[in-house]
Design a protein around this ligand. Sequence first.
Ligand code: C5P
Length: 237
Amino acid sequence: MTSLSARDRLIVALDLPSIEEALALTRRIGDACRFYKIGHQLLFTGGERLARELIAAGNKIFIDAKLLDIEETVAKGTASIASLGATFLTVHAYPHAMAAARRGAGSSGLQILGVTVMTNLNDGDLDQIGYALDVRRLVERRVRQALEAGIAGVVASAAEAPMIRALAGERLLIVTPGIRRAEDAAHDQKRVLCPREAIRSGSDYLVVGRPILAAADPRGAAQGFQDEIAHALEHRP
Ligand code: C5P
């Protein structure tokens, strides 16, 4: 695991309908989180401006665009996103897309994350799509390809994190959604883990949306996640 501090590991997913609401939420959270994910809901409703404003205010930004296209298009799209000053960008973990995104990021500091296999897909879904591999073997193959492409990390469920650590050691960051504390509702997440379990499984960054977005006290909720992450790191075996 990397030497990241506990406070840098929480990423709040800004899954909200407008940038005004997103900015208001980040003001309420204050310094209980300094890393925000902007996904499809906000990307085309002012997400670029939101990213610039949050970066100017001292936050890090994760652009969850899950790019997949021909190499030149992925490379140029990545270069545009790099010019925003974002920290993380997702691409689907196809070898050509990962290599192209890495090339497009150049020396900008933008780190590329590969989405190995979407966590809403099971073995039957992969068979239906036309893949010969089951989920586990496809994740394994894509982790090896992420290493070959030289990207920074992968998005993966905490259930897959131990296998990824075994394959990649410290050479890939593991960014994990689907995190809930004991008191939070699971919503539509099928496999949720608490912050302690995710950290123990080898996750570096935890992505949390609704338990913080829907909280009466978002700052308190974010701080609660921070405290659990810090505690898990202190007591890591
Ligand atoms: O609200 P919740 O904490 O479930 O939000 C999780 C965030 O992580 C959402 O933005 C969702 O799109 C994202 N995500 C996920 N599962 C994946 C990949 C991304 O939940 N496999």
